[in-house]
Design a protein around this ligand. Sequence first.
Ligand SMILES: [Zn+2]
Length: 307
Amino acid sequence: MTADSALPTETAPGDALEPTGAPDAAAVLASAVALDSERAVDAVATLLRGKRAAVLTGAGLSTDSGIPDYRGAGAPIRTPMTFQTFVADERSRKRYWAGSHLGWRVFRQAEPNLGHRSLVQLENAGAIAGIITQNVDGLHTRAGSRHVVELHGSLDRVICLTCGQAFGRDSIAARLETDNPVLRHPESIRIAPDGDADVGNIDDFVVPNCTVCGGMLKPNVVFFGELVPTETFLEASAVIQGADALVVAGSSLAVNSGIRLVEQARRRRLPIIVINRGVTKGDGRALHKLEAGTSETLAALTERLLG
Ligand SMILES: [Zn+2]
């Protein structure tokens, strides 16, 4: 008898796919995962009861509001604008403003989702020490959260790099559309995979300058190659210092400032909970990792804590 004789040589290809009467393995797995995640949410709720948590949020929290997560799975490869390029190269700056304007229109129409609203409920109930967000969409504040530290700034403000004057984004957006009629027909503009907008002859594109000093304007967000302002980072640290736990929601913690805050929480021996679809740099420090969407998970947690 050879080893080969043990092989099912008479089985035709495809036979293994015939129904066998056994339960569908995928369905069994799905219900096991669902049960696991119910238990995980129960465990996290038990852990957080009576505590005040710091919450660190990232792009994953806003995907249910229709804002794409450029770091999430399946996202197009994107070369982010660096601060150095923005300041040094006029054509890059023009392309950035064109693309950023179209992105802003999407952001402006976005509404807070169940995840944002759950965090408002938790804050109102005294269960949250503060929210630190890497998002620049302003949705936490729009939802009604009060103590929010915007680690990377906010797209709804524009600042002058020369005199520091701040402007509301709406007024700058209106000037952009007046000076560049092409922007009034966004459906005719092609967006390149790197996020730049193809607005025809870029040399003709007019970017707004500061109305006070004529200086260069920039959306008040932290670009790649820029550091989070010290004051903002200290504010975020203070939220961690005043908390009994840290919940990370919808962030892969790829950015340095995020992982530094998680490290501060670890050093203070705070329990760390990570809610994110996909691997994060904080997984090794987390007491609980919930591999799930933030909207439904935060809603389920809120129901258990406040219900
Ligand atoms: Zn100025």
